[in-house]
Design a binder for this molecule. Structure first.
Ligand code: HEM
Length: 205
């Protein structure tokens, strides 16, 4: 079944609103004074949601291929932009509320917790993807170049997982990072497998 353009528009609106629920929850809990350590909670929640949206965005193509629901592609740009949005909130929390833009303090923190640098690299790599997400930029870059650039997500997601893994390794709490490592590995390996099948196809014909 292919949804009508009206149904797609409704679905997009629903996803747009749902993706803001974690932010609304963070704002509510902070303003209600319900958090014992608001800074830590917000840093972690925004980090978690950045990783969730990266994984959800990476899952769109495999899900589309397996289900043949091509309309799923229409949600991909928004999901990717939400990964950037929560990444920006996560970075801003670190920069502003944790370190008050004090570069020396930030560098000291990075020296103490090098996993932050990995997160920073992942975030910097997300910027060109967000900046080129418009139809105008796809036209300007050309489809092929745009596609190549957006393959950066294959580097960004593993870096995000490494950042998470490294942080949790210090606490000997690797259950969740292991789960995300497996998820990202499966989502990437499915692409490798499909690419190899495609490369083999003409030889078989
Ligand atoms: C794509 C980029 C990023 C992803 C996917 C990401 C993801 C995460 C995740 C999942 C956590 C753990 C949350 C938890 O414990 O539940 C985390 C923690 C953290 N991240 Fe990131 N992050 C990214 C970028 C950054 C950047 C740019 C910075 C700062 C420059 C940063 C600084 C931190 C810090 C300081 C923590 C530890 C918070 C604590 O100890 O309470 N991250 N991040």
């Amino acid at each position: 079944m292919t949804p009508t353009s009206r149904q797609i528009a409704l679905l997009k609106a629903a996803v747009f609103v749902l993706a803001l629920v974690p932010l609304a929850q963070m704002v509510y809990l902070t303003l209600a004074g319900a958090l014992v350590e608001p800074l830590q909670y917000i840093t972690r929640a925004t980090g978690d949601w950045t990783l969730y949206f990266l994984c959800i965005t990476l899952a769109v193509t495999p899900l589309r291929r397996l289900s043949k629901w091509n309309w799923l592609l229409k949600l991909r740009r928004m999901l990717g932009l939400y990964a950037f949005f929560y990444g920006l909130l996560h970075f801003t929390t670190f920069l502003w509320f944790d370190h008050f833009f004090d570069v020396a303090e930030m560098l000291k923190d990075v020296a103490k917790r090098p996993f932050i640098l990995v997160g920073f690299i992942a975030f910097v790599l997300l910027i060109p993807l967000a900046a080129t997400s418009t139809n105008g930029m796809i036209k300007r870059l050309g489809g092929k170049n745009w596609q190549w650039l957006h393959r950066l997500i294959y580097v960004i997601a593993p870096l995000g997982v490494l950042h998470f893994w490294w942080m949790k390794a210090a606490k000997n709490d690797l259950a969740q990072p292991a789960l995300f490592t497996a998820l990202v590995a499966i989502l990437l390996l499915m692409r490798v497998w499909w690419a190899r099948q495609k490369a083999k196809a003409p030889a078989r014909a």
